[in-house]
Design a binder for this molecule. Structure first.
Ligand code: ADP
Length: 632
């Protein structure tokens, strides 16, 4: 039999090195990871056999077995599940397909202390490789159900692994860890001790629905003892709340999510009646790296009458709750149910509605009780949840109720819309917001000047989705959501005669300049008017109330959609010396070449001030340099 040697993919090698030099302090978790993989393999086999009865596989006694050999210092985790083919071993064990690996590794390199690195590893959950925390060599023998030949994979965790075919492999997978030498200082971590194994399994894997057996070593001269089953196998979601400890829930979460950290919140739901189901859902404490990638995998598993049916069941929750992990176990579905059928099933749709409401009401509950937990939740998942404001009009109010936003209000805490409304000034009718890429650029944007001056609170919205939901939602409790960069803003108390009179006079004085500028800037600007929102800057560009914002326009273009360029409105600050000067020059000079340049410059400055790009940077730079030259 030939043995072939292969190199690990670069990322895999780096992760292995981390495991070998193990920054992770709680090494016991390696067993949880191996048992978790074994359990998945049993689930997969049962399902495959269910779908295809002709599959040549024995499903009569599916189980996991743990063997320890004190003498040889090995520990083996064996399952008689689906197994892997030769090619699969190379693909699944030799590479790391998870998106986000590169980011993780980069962050790990930058992590200054062990605690930071530990947090990152925990967030990623490195599964099978965690065996290398306790072993200096790992052997895996596997045979895929239905195939006759097996495969042996061996590695010392260095640059390479070897693969060979084996003839007599039993169905399923056996992972053997050749444990590192015993540490006489630390008997607690003796993984050849049966009580240690019992303890770890009980702690981390009790809920696994397959028997996890161990055959204790026979004492000298005695027959081999009977295998003992180490776990209770009780499906946690079917048990009542007071029977299950938080730790047990958390271990289930870790099994499902591959996240090694505690979840932020556990959500339970038991539905009785014609369509019976149980759900046990978890809100993670951290957003995964790949939450916004196209191939992000959802984390809700579907069971039917305790039988695992599928991972990543997208029909159970709407996309904006895709970060929720957990299990849903339905009593009255066919074991053969497919994704397509689920998408159309009336009961599943009702289930989705109910789970969605339950998830949102859970957030609302902890929001009222536990400000820190809520703050973590919103920091990690607020951006995703806001997608629901656009896509789920039925739950819009429930989402708005738990949403919070950065704001100009002095205490610098994110605010809910309810609190914003409470603080609204006398006579203020609308809720004001500004959108943009970064908090800094929008806080200093000219559009904010009058609001700052008058102490009117403005919500600072910097997520891409903010550009969209504000339009979709439109108002909150009868108060319009208004962009400070759109439409006409009049913050003066209505009917202030003095202000009205002043404005009329200015309008007359500036009428010529405004009309002339509009013609000069016709390509980009549909109107030039005097501003009521500027106090410091000479000019700003704004959109009409119903126009697309430049950010939205860019977003659509990035998605490949054709959108016509929207012309903007240029507003001038009649109180600014530069604008006054322009007006004077317009009225006095015959030759307006210079003035035309100034108009162009002023327009570009306004675009820059809101974080935009000059249309023709080279010309802009040349014009500015010219002017500077004359004033140095
Ligand atoms: P994860 O479990 O997070 O996907 P692992 O590195 O633990 O990552 O495992 C990689 C893949 O190898 C698994 O997704 C599975 O397809 C396969 N695998 C691991 N252990 C087993 C096993 N005991 N039986 C069958 N396949 C397995």
């Amino acid at each position: 039999m030939t043995t072939e040697t292969f190199e690990f993919q670069v990322e895999a090698r780096q992760l292995l090195q981390l495991m070998i030099h193990s920054v992770y302090s709680n090494k016991d978790v390696f067993l949880r990871e191996l048992v978790s993989n074994a359990s998945d393999a049993l689930d997969k086999l049962r399902l495959e056999k269910l779908r295809d009865d002709s599959l040549d596989a024995d499903v009569s006694d599916l189980h996991i077995e743990i063997d320890v050999d004190k003498e040889a210092r090995t520990l083996t985790v064996r399952d008689n599940g689906i197994g892997m083919s030769y090619d699969e071993v190379g693909q699944l064990i030799g590479t790391i397909a998870k998106s986000g690996t590169a980011t993780l590794l980069k962050e790990l390199k930058e992590a200054k202390d062990a605690a930071g690195a530990e947090g990152l590893i925990g967030q990623f959950g490195v599964g099978f490789y965690s065996g290398f925390m306790v072993a200096d060599e790992v052997t895996l023998v596997t045979r895929r159900a239905g195939e006759s030949q097996g495969t042996r994979w061996t590695s010392r965790g260095e640059a390479t692994y070897s693969l060979e075919t084996v003839e007599d492999a039993p169905q399923g997978t056996a992972v053997t860890l050749h444990l590192k030498p015993a540490d006489p200082e630390n008997q607690l971590h003796d993984y050849t001790s049966p009580w240690k194994i019992r303890e770890i399994v009980k702690r981390y894997s009790d809920f696994i629905t397959w028997p996890i057996r161990m055959v204790p070593e026979a004492a000298d001269g005695e027959d081999a003892p009977e295998p003992e089953t180490l776990n209770s196998m009780k499906a946690l979601w079917a048990r009542s709340r007071d029977e299950v400890s938080d730790d047990e829930y958390h271990e289930l979460y870790k099994h499902i999510s591959h996240d090694w950290r505690e979840p932020l919140e556990t959500i339970r739901l038991q539905a009785e009646g014609t369509f019976e189901y149980q759900a046990l859902l978890f809100v993670p404490s951290h957003a995964p790296h790949d939450l916004f990638t196209r191939d992000f995998r959802r984390g809700v598993q579907l069971y039917v009458k305790r039988v695992f049916i599928m991972d990543d069941c997208e029909a159970l929750l709407p996309p904006y709750l895709r970060f929720v992990k957990g299990v849903v176990d339905a009593q009255d579905l066919s074991l053969n149910v497919s994704r397509e059928i689920l998408q159309q099933d009336r009961h599943i749709r009702m289930m989705q509605r109910r789970l969605t409401k339950k998830a949102l009401s859970t957030v609302k509950e902890f929001m009222a009780k536990d400000a820190d937990r809520y703050a973590t939740f919103w920091r990690e998942f607020g951006t995703v949840l806001k997608e629901g404001l656009v896509t789920d009009s039925e739950n819009r109010d429930a989402i708005l109720a738990v949403a919070s936003f950065a704001t100009t209000h002095a205490d610098d805490e994110p605010t809910t819309l309810a609190r914003y409304v409470e603080r609204m000034k006398d006579g203020q009718e609308d809720i004001y917001y500004i959108t943009g890429e970064s908090r800094q650029s929008i806080e200093n944007s000219p559009h904010m000047e009058a609001f700052r001056d008058k102490g009117i609170e403005v919500l600072l919205l910097t997520d891409a989705v903010d550009e969209v939901w504000v339009d979709a939602v439109g108002e909150y409790e009868g108060k319009k959501l208004r962009s400070v960069a759109k439409g006409e803003i009049d913050l003066d108390a209505k009917g202030e005669e003095q202000a009205d009179g002043e404005r009329e006079k200015q309008a007359e004085e500036y009428a010529g300049l405004l009309g002339w500028m509009r013609e000069r800037l016709d390509e980009d600007i549909k109107e030039v008017r005097l501003s009521t929102r500027l106090t410091v800057s000479p000019a700003c560009v704004v959109s009409d109330a119903h126009d697309l914002t430049p950010a939205l326009e860019n977003m659509y273009r990035a998605m490949g959609q054709e959108v016509p360029r929207t012309k903007r409105i240029l507003e001038l600050n009649p109180g600014h010396p530069l604008v006054k000067g322009l007006n004077q020059a317009y009225r006095e000079r015959e030759d307006r070449t210079e003035l035309a340049e100034s108009a162009e410059l002023l327009h570009t400055l306004a675009v820059l001030a809101e974080g935009g790009q000059p249309k023709d940077p080279a010309t802009f730079v040349r014009l500015v340099a010219d002017r500077l030259e004359r004033t140095v």
